[in-house]
Design a protein around this ligand. Sequence first.
Ligand SMILES: Cc1cc2nc3c(=O)[nH]c(=O)nc-3n(C[C@H](O)[C@H](O)[C@H](O)COP(=O)(O)OP(=O)(O)OC[C@H]3O[C@@H](n4cnc5c(N)ncnc54)[C@H](O)[C@@H]3O)c2cc1C
Ligand SMILES: NC(=O)C1=CN([C@@H]2O[C@H](COP(=O)(O)OP(=O)(O)OC[C@H]3O[C@@H](n4cnc5c(N)ncnc54)[C@H](OP(=O)(O)O)[C@@H]3O)[C@@H](O)[C@H]2O)C=CC1
Length: 474
Amino acid sequence: MAASREVCEKVEDIAPLPPRSDQRRDRTAGFVIVGGGIAGVTCAEQLSALSPDDPVTLLSASPLIKSVTNFRQVGRALEEFDVEEKTTGALQKACPNVRVVHTQVRAADTDKHHFQQKMANARRVVIVGNGGIALELVYEIEGCEVIWAIKDDSIGNTFFDRGAAEFFLPHLTAGKCEENKPLKRLKYTVTESSSDSPKKGDTAMGGALGPDWKDGWRMKGKHDQAAHRVQVEYQCEVQEVLTREEFTRTGQTAECFPGTSRAEEQNDDWPVYVLLTNKRLYGCDFVVSATGVVPSTGPFLHNDQFSVAPDGGLRVDDHMHTSVPDVYAAGDVCTASWEPAPQWFQMRLWSQARQMGSYAAKCMVADRDGEDIDMDFCFELFAHVTKFFNYKIVLLGRYNAQGLGKDYELLLRCTKGLEYVKVVLQAGRMQGAVLIGDTDLEETFENLIVNGMDLSPYGEDLLDPNIDIEDYFD
Ligand SMILES: Cc1cc2nc3c(=O)[nH]c(=O)nc-3n(C[C@H](O)[C@H](O)[C@H](O)COP(=O)(O)OP(=O)(O)OC[C@H]3O[C@@H](n4cnc5c(N)ncnc54)[C@H](O)[C@@H]3O)c2cc1C
Ligand SMILES: NC(=O)C1=CN([C@@H]2O[C@H](COP(=O)(O)OP(=O)(O)OC[C@H]3O[C@@H](n4cnc5c(N)ncnc54)[C@H](OP(=O)(O)O)[C@@H]3O)[C@@H](O)[C@H]2O)C=CC1
């Protein structure tokens, strides 16, 4: 989400106001928000609550407006919520001063190569990347061989350390765990008949799909067996992708799926061949590149006053303010460029999009009214709750000892197949934690990190399963 305080129909019309000054702003100017994802919609809702008499215009390229429901503060910074698909009408009804305009400034890819169609006939796929999407895909895909090519020496390095990766390795081939509770969140659908949809021929640019992107998708390939057949190729990248003709010209022989003989290998009629930097060459039906997201800053870049971070995001200060006066940004499109609290860092996640969108709204109103505003406390501690391999995952603070150099200690507790708990300590103080499984430790650990209590006297008791840690620190 990115926002400006001018009301306009097109993003190109956004004319920056002069730099912040002490005098109050013109209250009739209103607010403009670009983006109908979690960050944009939360910001619009918050603005509507804070400033109900001001016009708020939400520009969205997609007909889907997402909003947060069932919001639950689990701890100081940990939160859980569901996400609901809203029609623009519903948003406008709930927030009468918000007007939604469907407009898009830059064309994007269409869904011509629909993933499920390809999946249904697939015998083998190559997945590249080691982040959240790759982790989820490798777990979800059934009835299809998977070659998973990662740059690192352990799986899921954006979320786990090597120990947690080991904990999950058996699940790569064991098949899916039983889902232990029904899915609560709504699915997102875009139909062309929706009155809010852009006209046919428009290239709708959806929001980042978010946690439920794969629910309701059939990820079963052509093979009968449901079990996973995953080969992880560690410490390599894709060197080249070849068509069948290009492969034939090389005169090379492709690898068999590990564990299968050439006789068992069906044949070499793959439409695509992937040469990895470890010199292995695999044939496959298609390649999934799950190698990260790029902030959609296109419309803003023609204005070279915007300071852009190396990761492509619009730099924002501790008031979510970009380098251009009166233009704010939040969520995936921005790069937090303030001096962060020791245990907070930015990660492009749904939760941070919501927090940034809400905080941006407060900053916009405070700036307009010439008031000071303190940084929201949610930026004190990185906190993320998610699920991988059907295990609850809680990540707190510098959970992977990010930025701590070599001067830190780890405490570990692991019960195979049940839970994995890791605590990162520096100078006796808890800096971060990884909690996998139903550990019930999140609230206590969150408090211990924020309080910065010296835990040296407790030593390994901290993870002693026979000690009720919650009582201990009560
Ligand atoms: C496949 C996938 C799975 C994910 N799973 C998780 C997860 O499990 N947990 C988690 O925390 N996070 C997850 N994320 C990340 C999370 O979805 C994003 O961090 C979050 O949705 C970002 O919200 P946002 O509002 O900043 O951006 P988006 O949701 O991307 O919204 C941007 C909005 O801006 C609009 N827009 C873009 N450009 C323009 C333009 N030029 N003009 C007008 N409108 C425009 C788009 O149409 C869209 O409505 C996942 C992301 C992906 C892609
Ligand atoms: N449950 C959750 O919370 C989930 C969250 N998400 C979020 O959605 C967004 C998109 O997810 P995703 O696409 O998985 O992105 P991520 O940023 O999570 O991961 C990208 C991965 O791809 C690797 N990579 C980057 N470039 C290459 C390359 N050229 N060759 C091989 N590997 C490469 C990265 O390695 P390196 O780090 O070394 O560059 C990293 O391991 C992220 O913001 C993610 O946090 C997605 C799914 C689930």
